[in-house]
Write a protein that binds this ligand. Structure first.
Ligand SMILES: [Zn+2]
Length: 203
């Protein structure tokens, strides 16, 4: 029996006729329906932020299970029902995941954002990195101002022409603003996609 990757009940838990006719899923209909969606729009620097879910308690517990409990089996859950739509919608774009600290990636054994988007089949370029707080302390005021968002492009890397910036959650939008800032010197086309958006952004 196939089980739900989150609640471990049967994958058919709570399914209706419609669910049985719908495409295969990796979590049960009860868990999938517990994820909140919204049609409200949100923009960062005039770029529309596309998203799938609203960051609420259920999403948060799913994310904690994946990210903090290092449950890599959950990676495919987030975009599973969107994966075909996604690969068509962003054809020709290269995914650029928001950077995690190297320590975190090492601790988890995987880059949690990059891994969430793997099942879309789109190519990824890990060209952004966080500026460590120690390094920042050595910068003069002007350079610190330039790097106020803690994100920069890695050196000696080719920056893709069409970029889809992706992240797990958009709360303040500062991480994405930092990435936009770092990429602003390159002449590339940029779109934004996050798995979940904080409800404060949807008012
Ligand atoms: Zn379930």
């Amino acid at each position: 029996m196939e089980e739900c990757k989150y609640c471990f009940k049967s994958i058919e838990n709570g399914s209706t006729v419609l669910d049985l006719l719908a495409n295969h899923d990796v979590i049960c209909p009860v868990c999938r329906r517990s994820l909140t969606t919204s049609k409200k729009k949100f923009y960062i620097q005039k770029i529309k932020v596309n998203y799938v879910y609203v960051y609420d308690d259920f999403f948060s517990s799913l994310l904690v299970q994946y990210k903090e409990c290092m449950d890599e089996a959950l990676a495919d859950v987030f975009l599973y029902t969107k994966r075909w739509w996604f690969s068509l919608r962003y054809q020709g774009y290269t995914l650029v995941p928001m950077p995690s600290s190297n320590e975190k990636v090492k601790e988890r054994g995987f880059h949690h954002v990059a891994r969430m988007f793997e099942n879309t089949g789109l190519q990824q370029c890990d060209c952004l990195e966080k500026i460590s707080s120690q390094k920042q302390a050595f910068l003069n005021k002007k350079d610190r101002e330039k790097m106020k968002f803690n994100i920069k492009c890695k050196e000696n890397m080719t920056i893709p022409k069409k970029i889809l910036l992706v992240d797990d959650v958009c709360t303040t939008g500062n991480t994405i603003k930092g990435a936009l800032h770092a990429l602003s010197v390159y002449n590339c086309k940029i779109k934004i996609f996050v798995v979940a958006i904080h409800p404060l952004n949807l008012k």
